[in-house]
Design a protein around this ligand. Structure first.
Ligand code: 5AD
Length: 356
């Protein structure tokens, strides 16, 4: 089992064997190769995107997610325009270079038009200096086109699992949660002109290393520009909580997530890969370990402390008591401790975008 084989001949069986491997020497060599690949092609610095969790109001009812619409224990909120612009100002002053607006999924025109307005406004107050990524769920092509025209240029829509049967098991049945619609929405994101990002959860109930290998091949097949993936984590007020005894142990979910990042870096060397917050939930240095396994993006949270606990998609979500400033200093200390440099005031676009 050689690391080079992964890059040259990525096949389900080979990827799955690496995912199942717990020979620490081999795994270390995998991370080292992925890190070297990233450093050579994309540089050694990590790019940051300040995260604004705009609203936890969501039309979806995903079985795994803490802010699913049926969870009546969640206090629902919408940030005000002023709060969003304040966060954008923070991102610019912090030298983050980009921000992400993430939200529960809503289709009302009042919501979709508001996103356009906010994007236009952020572009204007930042003198076009802040790059904007949106992560606001499934919408028709026209909505994506409007948001792109307003100035957003990257979009994240996780497929959650590329296995249609597993996808079906994660969601209620019916048109609102269909695999086909999600795939169509991803196509529309691409068509609208966005740098397109997707991703999956790792360690879902019923998921195998073969599913995960297929997820990586799915990213390659779809030719995405960006990927954000991380461990699945339980939330007490979700239907999936009853399956918690069937899950991989947390250390295995963490190790699997790091291996997924490293293998993806080898099979898609020039894409942006995020070291996600869920990694930090399992290890205080989880995101930094993600970077050392080949990720090149981190999304520090800028959401106001007063609403953070309401955007709890899983129980162990870190930084719930922090504000934007504390999350920033915490991350900077961690990155410094691990010898990772930060790229400031750059968009850090996906090198893959636009290549044939
Ligand atoms: N564990 C891990 N990730 C989760 N997400 C939602 N719920 C959970 C959970 N319980 C992820 C989904 C979604 C993203 C915003 O958060 O992948 O796309």
């Amino acid at each position: 089992m050689s690391v080079d084989e992964l890059a040259h001949n990525p096949q389900q069986a080979i990827i799955a064997a690496w995912l199942a491997c717990d020979d620490q020497e081999k795994v270390k060599a995998l991370y080292a190769k992925a890190l070297a690949q990233k450093n050579a092609l994309l540089g050694d610095a990590v790019h940051l995107r300040g995260l604004i969790e705009l609203s936890n109001i969501c039309a979806k009812d995903c079985f795994y997610c803490g802010i699913r619409c049926s969870n009546t224990k969640v206090v629902r909120y919408d940030l005000s325009d002023e709060e969003v612009l304040e966060a954008a100002d923070f991102a610019q002053k912090a030298g983050y270079g980009s921000l992400v607006i993430q939200s529960g999924e809503r289709s009302a025109p009042t919501f979709t038009k508001r996103i356009s307005r906010l994007v236009t406004e952020i572009k204007s107050i930042s003198n076009n200096q802040l790059g904007i990524t949106l992560s606001c769920g499934e919408h028709p092509l026209e909505v994506y086109q409007e948001w792109f025209a307003a100035g957003a240029h990257r979009y994240l829509l996780r497929i959650e699992s590329s296995n249609p049967n597993l996808y079906a098991s994660l969601h209620p049945s019916g048109t609102r949660h269909s695999y086909k619609s999600r795939l169509q929405a991803l196509g529309a994101v691409k068509k609208a002109g966005f740098q397109t990002g997707t991703g999956v959860m790792i360690g879902l109930p019923g998921q195998t290393v073969f599913d995960l290998a297929d997820d990586l091949l799915f990213f390659k097949e779809l030719d995405v520009d960006m990927v954000g993936m991380g461990p699945y984590l339980e939330h007490v007020d979700t239907p999936f909580f009853t399956l918690k005894e069937t899950l991989w142990p947390k250390d295995k979910r963490l190790a699997m997530s790091l291996k997924m990042i490293a293998i993806l870096r080898l099979i898609m060397p020039d894409i942006n890969i995020a070291a996600t917050t869920a990694l930090q939930a399992l290890d205080p240095y989880g995101r930094e370990k993600g970077v050392l396994a080949g990720a090149n993006i981190i999304m520090p949270n800028m959401t106001m402390a007063k609403v953070r606990q309401n955007y709890r998609i899983y129980d162990l979500k870190p930084g719930l008591e922090e504000d934007a400033e504390l999350s920033k200093s915490h991350l900077e200390e961690n990155l410094a401790a691990m010898g990772i440099r930060i790229a400031r005031n750059e968009w850090g676009d996906s090198l893959h975008f636009g290549k044939c």
